[in-house]
Every structure is written in C-alpha cells, then in structure tokens.
Design a protein around this ligand. Structure first.
Ligand SMILES: Cc1cc2nc3c(=O)[nH]c(=O)nc-3n(C[C@H](O)[C@H](O)[C@H](O)COP(=O)(O)OP(=O)(O)OC[C@H]3O[C@@H](n4cnc5c(N)ncnc54)[C@H](O)[C@@H]3O)c2cc1C
Length: 420
C-alpha cells in the first residue's frame, strides 16, 4: 500500500491512525488482540485533552461518562494528605480543568473505533511477527492471521506495539533502565472508601516505607476502584511472598489505606507488571518510527504513559506527513520527532527520578508558594518544547545540599545512589 502500516491498536496506534487519516494519508492498524482487552494505565493527565480535541475524540470521552479527574492526592505514612487540583493552573488550548480515569478495555476500543471512523483500516486478531527490511530500510511486515502467514508492504511502518517493543526486540535496540526496576501488583475492588468530598474522584497515591514503594487508588466507575502496589523488584524478592501476600502486606502499612480498604472486595484477578522501565537506542530509522511504549517507558508514578503515547503519535504523524510530501522516508526526516519526544520524556524521567530520590522534597515543593505551579504544570503533562525546567534544577540543588550535609533532617530519607 502507498501509506502507513501501524502495528498495535492501543492509544498510540489509534491516535496515529486518526492523525494520519486527518492528513489524508492512508493507513492500516494491525492489532494482535481482539478489543475490548484489559490493560494497565487507567488514570490520565490533563495534557491528553489537547490530543482528544485535535482528533475529535473529546465528545466521545464526555458521552461515555468516564470519571472526571480533577486532581491528585498524596498520602504520607503519618496520615498527612497533600492534594493538587488541575484548575490551579490553566493550560493553553485546554478549556476544561479535569482529565479522566478510564476502564482501558473500553477506552482503547473507543479510540480504535474512532480511528476507524476517521479512515484507518483496522484489522484485529492479526499478530505482526516481524518487520521486513531491505538493507536497513523497513519495507513491510510479516503477519500471522490464524495459522496463515503473509507479508504486507508500505513505505512507512509505525511500531505502536507498547511494551511488546517489536522493533526494539528485533533490532536489539531496547535497553533496560539502569536506575528503575519496579514491579506492580494490581486488581479492581468494590467498596473502597475513596475519601470524602471533592477529592473522592482524584487519583490517590499512598506512600509506602519501602524502596520506591507506593499504592495507586484510581476510580474506574462509581463502584469500582483500581488498586495497585508498586515497589522496587528487590522488595518483592526480599519479601519472599506470593503476589497476594505482597499486595496485602504493603497495603497494611499506611493507615489511610487501611481505612480505605476496610470493606473492600476484590472483583477480578491480581495482575502483575515488571521490567517496564527501558528505552530504545533509536526511536526512528529508515522507513520506521516507534511511538508510545514501543519507544520508551519510564514509570507510572505520575500517570504519564497514555499522554506520552498520544503526543508521540501527534509528533510522529507530523514528520510522516512531511515524509510523504517530500517522498523521502529516511531516518533523517523522522529525526525531529525523536528529538522532541526524547526531550519531553526526559523531563518526566528527571522529575520521577528526583521524586523517588527524596519523597519529602516532593511534598515540600508542592506546598511551596514558589514552586507549586511549576510542579503542577509538570503533573499536567506539559513537558514538551520546554527548554529549561527550572523547578527540576531547584529540586536537584536541594537534594545535593541534603547529600552534602552531615546533619540535614532529611538525610536518612534519601534513597538510592547519589544524584550526579
Ligand atoms: C504498573 C503500570 C501502571 C501504569 N499506570 C498508568 C496510568 O495510571 N496512566 C497512564 O497514562 N499510563 C499508565 N501506565 C502506562 C500505560 O499503560 C502505557 O504507557 C500506555 O498503555 C501506552 O500505550 P501504547 O499505545 O503505546 O501501548 P499499549 O497500550 O500497550 O498498546 C499496544 C498494542 O499493541 C498490540 N500489539 C503488541 N504486539 C503486537 C504485535 N506483534 N502485532 C500486533 N499488535 C501488537 C497490543 O495488543 C496492544 O493492544 C502504566 C504502566 C504500568 C506498567
């Protein structure tokens, strides 16, 4: 075909299909699952709204009644709660002060249907085995449908396979993160006490007193709440526990969590996620681009994954459009996409790294008059085309001062290796 083959029909693939169709570029989406299929990643940041608006999907989000997320709340082990509301900092091009929590099986299906409505040809139950290359130029894909294998060709291939990282695995360009090695156990519950008043539908994050440990509480419907325990993988190894014991053991260490879960009843199986922090050495090559989790994933603490998937689709589609205009499908043409997304994700990365390094610093910064709005801007997902991000520098300087001091009150709260 004279268009684009998109491998993977998650948020990244569907957003890519939508943008390409809007630009008049024919595209097909090959998705190995049959939607609806479950997926982790249920809470969004407000920057996602901009993409939903651009591709005409915002009406669907409203019509389908996803829970509105107006803010986020952090719970320290001593019972102190720190909340932010998105309304505190208006965002350019976004005229609503909330984002969404979603049941991903429903959300991903709706996005895929939306891409189809805009013009993408969608094939589900089609597994892409590998990308076909002529020399170093990607030219097509080998697919498996039921027991039959066949080949399809196009001048541009987009890898949107999420953590499947099709191209990263095939070209051996996927590098595990050297700093993060997190592990998560999660499930859905009924009867979770989500808190009183206007924070009930926020995402709630509960700190745990183990390395990089925390719990998410995400409302999925009025009755159902997603709960997930996250910690460094070594914590699980050290516990020698099965996943259920691991989950409940850590849940019992934060008093706010104990009361939230007092009457809770689990309604689906526990699921686990591990080895999810990595980056590809290159996001683009001749004839191909990797977007969303297929390019890079850091850590879910700030609910950034879906937003990165959407923005990487947006920025990659701009370069693909240019490539079709110039009839040039080389890596050089696609490179500006990689540069933009890499620098945006590196802002998330640094924010997350500093957050874990010294948890009390984060709560100090979101309470500080000087830094609060800048931190909030990051939490909204405004990480692209930023240049300098002074608040990260301020966090770094603070941590360095604590590291250098012998007597700082927060000295024993530092985790991991010293920051460089
Ligand atoms: C523990 C944890 C918690 C998270 N929490 C959040 C959160 O609260 N908020 C948030 O925004 N993000 C969160 N994330 C991240 C989020 O899950 C991802 O960033 C997001 O789903 C990425 O979207 P994507 O479209 O790139 O990939 P995916 O959503 O994974 O979609 C990829 C699609 O490709 C298909 N596919 C894979 N291989 C093939 C193949 N070979 N052929 C054909 N199809 C294929 C898959 O079936 C899938 O449908 C979390 C992640 C983890 C690990």
């Amino acid at each position: 075909m004279d268009g684009v083959i998109i491998v993977g029909g998650g948020p990244a693939g569907s957003a890519m299909g939508s943008y390409l169709s809007m630009a008049g570029i024919p595209n097909i989406i090959l998705e190995s699952a049959n939607h609806p299929r479950p997926h982790v990643g249920e809470s969004m940041v407000t920057s996602s709204t901009r993409v939903f608006k651009e591709i005409g999907f915002l009406e669907t989000m409203e019509r389908e009644g996803f829970i509105h997320k107006f803010g986020a709340s952090w719970h320290a082990p001593n019972g102190k709660e720190f909340a932010i509301e998105f309304a505190e900092f208006p965002q350019q091009g976004i005229d609503q002060d909330y984002t969404y929590h979603v049941d991903r099986s429903k959300f991903d299906l709706l996005m895929l249907k939306h891409a189809e409505k805009l013009g993408s040809k969608v094939y589900q139950g089609v597994h892409v085995k590998n990308i076909l290359f002529e020399g170093d130029q990607a030219v097509g894909v080998r697919v498996k449908i039921a027991d039959v294998e066949t080949e399809m060709f196009a001048p541009v291939i987009v890898d949107a396979t999420g953590r499947g990282t099709l191209i990263g695995n095939q070209l051996k360009t996927k590098k595990k993160d050297t700093y993060f090695n997190q592990y998560a156990v999660h499930a859905w519950f009924e009867n979770v006490q989500r808190g009183n008043g206007h924070t009930a539908d926020f995402i709630h994050i509960y700190f745990l007193e183990v390395e990089r440990g925390w719990v998410w509480q995400i409302p999925i419907t009025d009755e159902i709440t997603s709960m997930g325990v996250v910690a460094d993988k070594n914590v699980l190894r050290g516990d020698h526990a099965d996943i259920e014991s691991f989950f409940y053991k850590h849940l019992s260490t934060n008093p706010d969590l104990v009361s939230a879960m007092a009457d809770a009843r689990r309604i689906n199986e526990f699921k686990t996620e591990g080895d999810y922090s990595y980056s590809l050495e290159k996001f683009v090559g001749n004839g191909f681009l990797c977007i969303g989790d297929a390019a890079r994933f850091v850590d879910p603490i700030f609910s950034s994954g879906v937003s990165v998937a959407l923005y990487s689709a947006k920025y990659a589609s701009m370069e693909i459009k240019r490539a079709f205009e110039l009839k040039d499908f080389s890596a050089e043409i696609f490179q500006p996409y990689e540069d933009k997304v890499r620098s945006g994700v590196s802002v998330w990365y640094e924010f997350i790294r500093l957050y874990y390094k010294l948890l009390p610093l984060f709560t100090h910064f979101i309470q500080s008059k000087k830094h609060r709005l800048e931190v909030l801007r990051l939490l909204q997902g405004e990480v692209y085309e930023r240049g300098e991000v002074p608040v990260l520098d301020a966090m770094r300087q603070y941590i360095k001062a604590v590291e250098a001091s012998d007597s700082h009150i927060l000295k024993d709260r530092l985790t991991g290796v010293p920051i460089d």
